[in-house]
Design a binder for this molecule. Structure first.
Ligand code: ZN
Ligand code: ZN
Length: 122
């Protein structure tokens, strides 16, 4: 197997196994355990390719670096830990958000991000 393929497979495995969205930096650190010496430029290049293939989705949270997660995990939200900076998936959705819109407005989508301290940091 070529080194290029090995690196690509490692990045793919890291993202598949992650239960939360990862930054390029986090992907690099985790991939390095599988393929020592893997560089951040390689990680960026593969993330970009996976994103344009539609396998990854971008998670953008204000004041945070871009993160990536699998595109097929369905509707969900995120929890941001203010202490360690990790972002976790939340598998529920707030009830009643449609009713928050003013009278006569129709809501097409919503975003919801919770901020606080995760279990590991508490
Ligand atoms: Zn934390
Ligand atoms: Zn929701």
């Amino acid at each position: 197997m070529s080194r290029k393929t090995e690196q690509r497979d490692a990045i793919r495995a890291v993202l598949s196994d992650a239960s939360r969205p990862l930054t390029a930096q986090e992907v690099q650190e985790l991939s390095e355990e599988l393929v020592p010496g893997i560089g951040i430029a390689t990680v960026y290049r593969n993330l970009k390719a996976f994103h344009s293939e539609g396998w990854l989705e971008l998670v953008e949270i204000a004041g945070q670096p871009a993160r990536y997660e699998l595109a097929d995990i369905g509707h969900h939200h995120h929890f941001v830990c203010d202490a360690c900076g990790k972002v976790y998936d939340i598998h529920g959705c707030a009830e009643g958000w449609r009713k928050l819109a003013p009278e006569g407005f129709s809501v097409a989508r919503h975003e919801l991000t919770l901020f606080g301290v995760c279990k590991d940091c508490d």
